[in-house]
Design a protein around this ligand. Structure first.
Ligand code: AMP
Length: 289
């Protein structure tokens, strides 16, 4: 396994691999790796000759009052996890190189990024698109894999790759959960034991949405309001949003008659957690074949 820390080094390596006719599968991460990340690595490993993982806590996707400084980091541990997953290359760039002091160019997606997390984190997706665009230019992947845990992020990046003509195929992988249903996340380690048990309300709410839909409920308002009641029972939980949107356009649906994303963001104490599920996947979309 190689660890490459400079843009020039990574570019040179990627170009060499291309010349040899090798395909590159890429998993961008912010490190503090867990089972969610390794599941993406396994997908990329299967689809490409070379597996490259980036580890970079990207400052531009954090808002001014968010947890950039506190975000967990442990490169040695990450290195071991990558080694066990047969990662070929870890790209571990420095903030000063990716963002020089006079840095001034951003990639800004203007449609899919506006609602859901984009509403409460207005500069978040601009930061995500910017860093992923930069990483694509440096690592030159043939495929890149993102988790549906960050469903909106996957859709936004899929759009960015299409609209900016990146020669990369964007794949997504399912949400990896703990045994009790909590979606695995680097931020779960902020939770104290009491918060950890209340955090289960996210998965419970999504189960309820699936159950209500299976019982024949097709009104997004009714489902959202039932979920609101479910989560409000937890005294450490504060709802950021609960929304049901079209699974492709991320626009609000009037009636659940097509694949729809049930997305939620909830603060458990100070920690903001997100989770989602897709319902009505079996329905034919009225606007797509
Ligand atoms: P992060 O390091 O949190 O920026 O995440 C890097 C990638 O891992 C993103 O594509 C995430 O969607 C994905 N990811 C994080 N947690 C999970 C999870 N529990 N299941 C699947 N993918 C995940």
């Amino acid at each position: 396994m190689e660890i490459i820390e400079t843009v020039a080094g990574m570019r040179k390596r990627a170009s060499g691999l291309k010349r040899e006719g090798k395909t590159i599968g890429f998993v961008p991460t912010m490190g503090y790796l867990h089972a969610g990340h390794t599941s993406l690595m396994r997908v990329a490993r299967e689809k490409a000759d070379i597996l490259a993982v980036s580890i970079f806590v990207n400052p531009t996707q954090f808002g001014p009052d968010e947890d950039l400084e506190d975000y967990p980091r442990d490169f040695k541990r990450d290195e071991e996890i990558c080694d066990n997953e047969n990662v070929d290359i870890i790209f571990y760039p420095k903030t000063e190189e990716l963002y020089p002091p006079d840095y001034s160019v951003y990639a800004d997606e203007k449609d899919l990024s506006q609602g859901l997390c984009g509403r409460s984190r207005p500069t978040h997706f601009r930061g995500v698109c910017t860093v992923v665009a930069k990483l694509f230019n440096i690592v030159q992947p043939d495929i890149a894999v993102f988790g549906r845990k960050d469903y909106q992020q996957w859709r936004v990046l899929e759009r960015m790759a299409r609209d900016l003509n990146f020669p990369v195929k964007i794949l997504s992988a399912p949400i990896v959960r703990e045994a009790d249903g909590l979606a695995v996340s680097s931020r779960n380690q902020y939770l104290n034991p009491k918060e950890r048990s209340q955090a289960l309300c996210l998965r419970k709410a999504l189960d309820l949405a699936e159950h209500l839909y299976a019982q024949g409920e097709t009104s997004p308002e009714n489902i959202e309001s039932a979920l609101r009641d479910e989560i409000s029972q937890n005294n450490l939980a504060t709802i950021d949003y609960i929304e049901i949107v079209d699974a492709k356009t991320l626009e609000r649906v009037e009636k659940i008659n097509r694949a729809s994303l049930v997305a939620l963001a909830v603060f458990i104490g100070q920690t903001r957690l997100i989770d989602n599920t897709v319902i009505a996947e079996e329905q034919r979309h009225p606007n797509y074949s």
